[in-house]
Design a protein around this ligand. Structure first.
Ligand code: ATP
Length: 214
C-alpha cells in the first residue's frame, strides 16, 4: 500500500505556527508521511499578499529547513493564472495514479466555507479532506445540508485514510493555535514582537527583507 501524502494550500503571507503545529499533530495522528505546502496564486481581484510569491516561497523554505515532514509544491505559482484547488488536485491525482491515498489539509474556517469553492463536490473523489481545528470557528456547518454532507463522509478511524485513496473527511483533534497571518502583519507594523508566532528563521527572513512594515 502506498503512503498517505497531503497537500496544504495557503497564502502563507507569512507561514506561522498556526499552520505548522496543527499539521504536525495531524501527521502524527493519521500517519501522514509527507505534507506538500502549496502556496496560492492570489487572483488579481482579491487583496494581494504583501510578500511577493518568491518571498512567500523563501519563507516556506526557512520554515521547513528542520521539518522533514514538509516539502513545497510551487505549481500554482508557476501558472500565469490562479488555479482552482480541484484542478491542482486533478493534476496531482494524474501524477500519483488512482491508488495513492491523498489528503488535502484545511483549517476549520476553510471547511465552513467549502461550499463556496469551485466544484467543491468533486474534491472527495480526488482526496480525503483532513481538517485541523481553529479557535473561534464553530464545529457545526452553516446549513443542515452541509452538515449532512459532512456527517456522511466522516472517517471514524485513521486506517480508513490509508485503505482508500480518497473520499473521507477526518476531523483531527489538533491543538488550538490562535495565530493568523493578519495578526502577524499587524504586530510587525506596530513594532510588536512576533517571537512565539512563527519560526525564528522566518522572522529573520522577514527582518532582512523588511517585510510587513507599512
Ligand atoms: P490571513 O490571516 O492572511 O487570512 P491565515 O493565517 O488564515 O492568513 P492562510 O495562509 O490563509 O493563513 O491559511 C491557509 C490554511 O491554513 C487555511 O486552510 C486555514 O484554515 C489554515 N489555518 C491558518 N491559520 C490556522 C490556525 N491558526 N489554525 C488552524 N488552521 C489554520
Amino acid at each position: 500500500m502506498s503512503e498517505l501524502h497531503a497537500l496544504f494550500g495557503g497564502t502563507f503571507d507569512p507561514i506561522h505556527f498556526g499552520h505548522l503545529r496543527p499539521v504536525e499533530a495531524l501527521a502524527q495522528q493519521t500517519g501522514l508521511a509527507r505534507v506538500l505546502l502549496l502556496p496560492n496564486n492570489v487572483p488579481p481581484h482579491r487583496p494581494q499578499p504583501e510578500a511577493s510569491a518568491t518571498q512567500r516561497v523563501d519563507m516556506l523554505r526557512c520554515a521547513i529547513r528542520d521539518r522533514p515532514l514538509f516539502d513545497i509544491d510551487t505549481r500554482e505559482l508557476l501558472r500565469e493564472t490562479p488555479s482552482w484547488t480541484v484542478a491542482t488536485l486533478e493534476a496531482l491525482r494524474a501524477e500519483r495514479g488512482p491508488a495513492q491515498p491523498l489528503g488535502f489539509i484545511i483549517g476549520q474556517d476553510s471547511l465552513l466555507n467549502l461550499s463556496g469553492w469551485h466544484r467543491w463536490q468533486d474534491l472527495l473523489s480526488l482526496c480525503h479532506l483532513l481538517v485541523c481545528k481553529r479557535p473561534g470557528y464553530p464545529a457545526q456547518m452553516a446549513t443542515p445540508e452541509m452538515q449532512r454532507w459532512l456527517d456522511s463522509h466522516l472517517a471514524s478511524e485513521t486506517p480508513q485514510l490509508h485503505q482508500q485513496p480518497a473520499g473521507f473527511i477526518w476531523l483531527a483533534d489538533t491543538p488550538l493555535v490562535d495565530i493568523s497571518a493578519t495578526e502577524i502583519r499587524q504586530r510587525r507594523r506596530q513594532g510588536l514582537s512576533c517571537d512565539r508566532l512563527l519560526p525564528p528563521a522566518v522572522i529573520d527572513y522577514i527582518d532582512r527583507a523588511g517585510l510587513y512594515l507599512k
